[in-house]
Design a protein around this ligand. Structure first.
Ligand SMILES: *Cc1c(COP(=O)(O)O)cnc(C)c1O
Length: 384
């Protein structure tokens, strides 16, 4: 919901732009931190969801760690001031350069996704005279019941080590003198809204933890990843239910004394705190369709084109009650998938109206591209 003051401020700005509500962001972060503290759970923020400088500073100040998926993110986390003992590094394709960079920074842990990667990290750590802490990312074959393009924990997905490779994985760990095994890691997908999925995950985590313990490996860290979804259909109902989410893990995970439970939340922490504000360039009323053509496109917000993601679309220049018309809301890019919504009911819309695409805080600004030689757009903040 935007106030009249917000909207009149927006009118004076060059569009499109990302608008960040830093008060809401901080509320969300504090709410999550409080809920996690109840159970002594550790939260690492999945940086890929949004690495906007101000967003990262708020997250760091809240005391969360950083979950990185590239060398660039590891460097950025350190530069922002995340404690190196709270930086973890996942990813199926870590290059030698990225591994060396992370070793130089003495990060907390590599979440390792293949047996070959274990051998490479061992070699590179040995060459530096270091010991690398590793957790094994296991593919638990648990269905996240989310869009197939953002599912990561099924046998057919590229992520993690499959259960049938674990005996070889254990042998490799025993062989590698420059590795220290600290635990197991999972991340089964994103935008998970059915919390029962996490019960199934807990059952698998318990089994795998026991498997390692039985073979003499002390499992100090249970890292259950992230994926908690947000309600894209109710952008004003803004803070996800972190309490119920953490409670599931508290109820269903067998946590031994001295074991830590780690989470890697991305979307749930940042998703609702931003909107993409755009201006209507043209309105085309056809026989079959009415089109609203925005000055923002898939180059600014790729999620709809990439995986048919839904973002609520609002005409914030017009009162909601005026007579509704159905429009396809599209961007200016020369691709037919450059479409934010079909048959969207909006008040009758005119050139120059401001359109808000809601819930764009996660995987929005960070996925922007220069396709069509489009320029970077500005970010605007409230509540600094
Ligand atoms: C992307 C990612 C996350 C965060 O996912 P969200 O759906 O944004 O919570 C966590 N862990 C890993 C390894 C990831 O790749």
């Amino acid at each position: 919901m935007f106030s009249d003051k917000d909207i009149s401020h927006f009118t004076s700005l060059e569009t499109p732009f990302y608008y960040y509500d830093l008060v809401l962001l901080q509320k969300t972060l504090s709410n999550c931190a409080d809920a996690a503290k109840l159970y002594n759970f550790h939260v690492h923020y999945a940086m890929k969801a949004n690495f906007n400088q101000k967003v990262l500073q708020h997250i760091k100040a809240t005391g969360f760690g950083a979950d990185c998926v590239s060398g660039g993110e590891v460097s950025k986390a350190i530069e922002i001031g995340f404690d190196k003992s709270q930086v973890v590094f996942a990813g199926v394709g870590k290059s030698d350069k990225e591994i060396n960079n992370a070793l130089d920074h003495d990060i907390f842990c590599f979440n390792v996704e293949s047996i070959q990667e274990l051998e490479v990290i061992n070699e590179l750590a040995a060459a530096k005279g270091k010991t690398a802490r590793v957790a094994i990312r296991i593919n638990p074959n648990v269905d996240a019941h989310t869009h197939h393009n953002i599912t990561t924990g099924l046998d057919e997905n590229k992520f993690g080590i499959n259960s049938w490779d674990l005996p070889l994985c254990a042998d490799t760990l025993r062989k590698c003198a420059s590795l220290e095994f600290i635990g197991i890691h999972f991340h089964i997908g994103s935008q998970i809204t059915n919390l029962d999925v996490y019960k199934n995950l807990c059952v698998r985590v318990n089994e795998f933890a026991e498997w390692f313990e039985e073979r003499g490996f002390a499992v100090k860290v249970l890292n259950v990843g992230g994926g908690l979804g947000i309600d894209y259909h109710n952008p004003d109902q803004q803070i996800p239910d972190f309490t119920s989410y953490f409670k599931i893990f508290n109820d269903f995970l067998n946590v031994r004394p001295n074991q830590e439970v780690h989470f890697e939340l991305g979307r749930a922490l940042v998703g609702q705190s931003s909107s993409l504000i755009s201006k209507v360039l043209y309105v085309k009323n056809g026989k079959k369709k009415n089109f609203i053509i925005l000055d923002a496109g898939m180059t600014e917000l790729m999620r709809p084109a990439l995986y048919q993601a839904y973002h609520q679309i609002e005409n914030i220049s017009k009162a909601k009650l005026s007579s509704a018309v159905k429009y396809d809301v599209v961007g200016p890019i020369c691709e037919s998938t450059d479409c934010f919504g079909k048959e969207v009911e909006l008040p009758e819309t005119l050139r120059g109206d401001l359109i808000a695409l809601r819930s764009t805080g996660a995987y929005g600004e960070v996925m922007a591209s220069h396709y069509n030689l489009r320029e970077n757009i500005q970010s605007v903040y409230s509540g600094e």
